[in-house]
Design a protein around this ligand. Structure first.
Ligand SMILES: *Cc1c(COP(=O)(O)O)cnc(C)c1O
Length: 429
């Protein structure tokens, strides 16, 4: 199949062209269910592949260390204006190369080394940059971790929700300088208000890491943390559907410190091609059609969760209110690990990732859980019916995992489904 129009410029490089064609094939003939992925628009990808990659522009608009930034200043200003308008924020920094960079810049801007930060534990749904022992963040700052409530099988009173009593008790005991809200493997809405209350009670700053749900917030499907938090950081490539990268918005009082921490604190020259693509994505996210999209993401996740539960999977936290579903595989099959499930589904053309679940007895490399998300395939046009179908394809592949024929049959059915939902349809002329 012909790669995208952008790719024609690299046809002379056969090796890269071949790899891009193979990836095109993979993305269009298999299901993309990784909760942190999406399909960016052709406009976003065109900006990412633009001539702005050639420009050095260390500094900020109007205060650059290099000449020739007249146009780039306008590009970055446009991105910042669009972002502050989208989220109703005082100030925006669009330079972070990634979500992890954005988070470290936030800590660096507002804290001293050794300060205490209260954040969600990795195995309970938090991110590596929330103080995992494997992350540099845990070597510089003193992290204390909160978790989720115990598991409950009562549908009226689901467990595995953020334990605000635990957050409050730890905040009172450890008096953190900063509290972090936000998660990477948590299927419920995160309400910023109770976090603000606890932060105020102990005089802590509130940092909302909305990496996963930034798109849901922009579309109005989830509460906007900006009025509550001192700082909000996020990735631009997950539900927000922009280029790979990060961004930070904050209250005016923190603006200068945030900017200094990103550059020169952490990074060198900004990626202005990505910043132009972020501007494109922020405009796309401000359209009424984007709210329709994010509401559909959430509706699809609910339908997906219901169908997965009826196949015998246990839903961590009993359901979903965002774009992801976290599955406990033990109920479906006590022998099945997240690692094996991910590998079997890969062979069946269903791309997922294994994930630890709260109090997982297995290691992070093996796990008892699987995380799936609806953002990417919703972009491709799939609706509740298709997600119910995907749940049954997943169950068929996993039940028949020792029989190559069954897995191959699922793979063929997946290809048939994908043929009707090409995410790059607008690329093919
Ligand atoms: C994805 C994620 C990040 C990191 O983003 P990268 O762009 O991968 O560095 C940070 N925090 C949370 C909660 C995330 O989900």
């Amino acid at each position: 199949m012909a790669p995208s129009p952008i790719d024609q410029w690299i046809r002379h490089d056969e090796e890269v062209t071949t790899l891009l064609s193979r990836e095109w094939e993979r993305q269009t003939t298999t299901l993309q269910l990784i909760a942190s992925e999406n399909f960016a628009s052709p406009a976003v990808m065109a900006a990412t592949g633009s001539i702005l990659t050639n420009k050095y522009s260390e500094g900020y608009p109007g205060r650059r260390y290099y000449g020739g930034n007249q146009v780039v200043d306008e590009v970055e200003d446009l991105a910042r204006r669009r972002l502050t308008a989208l989220l109703g924020a005082d100030h925006a920094n669009v330079q972070p190369h990634s979500g992890a960079n954005a988070n470290v810049a936030v800590y660096q801007a507002l804290l001293e080394a050794g300060d205490t930060i209260l954040a969600m534990r990795l195995d309970q749904g938090g991110h590596l940059t929330h103080g995992s022992p494997a992350s540099m963040t845990s070597k510089v700052w003193n992290f204390v971790s909160y978790g989720v409530t115990p598991r409950s099988d009562d549908p009226e009173h689901p467990g595995e929700l953020i334990d605000f009593d635990n957050v409050r008790a730890l905040a009172l005991e450890h008096r953190p300088r900063m509290i972090v809200a936000g998660a990477t493997a948590y299927a419920r809405r995160i309400d910023p208000a109770p976090f603000r209350e606890i932060a105020d009670e102990v005089g802590a700053l509130l940092f909302f890491d909305s990496a996963h749900v930034a798109g849901l917030i922009a579309g109005g499907s989830h509460p906007n943390p900006v009025p509550y938090a001192d700082v909000v950081a996020f990735t631009t490539h997950k539900t927000l559907r922009g280029p790979r990268g990060g961004a930070i918005v904050c209250r005016e009082e923190h603006a200068k410190k945030i900017d200094m921490a990103v550059f020169p604190g952490q990074q060198g020259g900004p990626l202005e091609h990505s910043i132009a693509a972020k501007a494109v994505a922020f405009k796309e996210a401000a359209q009424p059609s984007f709210s329709v999209y994010t509401d559909q993401i959430v509706a699809n996740a609910k339908a997906f969760a219901t169908a997965l539960a009826s196949e015998g999977f246990r839903l961590v936290s009993g359901g979903t209110e965002n774009h992801m579903v976290l599955l406990d595989l033990r109920e479906f099959d006590a022998e099945l690990t997240g690692k094996v499930a991910q590998e079997v589904l890969d062979r069946a053309g269903i791309t997922t990732n294994r994930n630890q679940i709260p109090d997982d007895p297995r290691s992070p490399f093996v796990t008892s859980g699987l995380r799936v998300g609806t953002a990417a395939e919703t972009t491709a046009g799939m609706r509740e019916g298709e997600f119910a179908q995907i749940a049954s394809l997943m169950a068929r592949a996993l039940r028949g995992r020792d029989d190559e024929k069954t897995v191959a049959q699922v793979r063929a059915d997946v290809a048939t489904l994908c043929a009707s939902f090409n995410p790059y349809a607008s690329f093919v002329s």
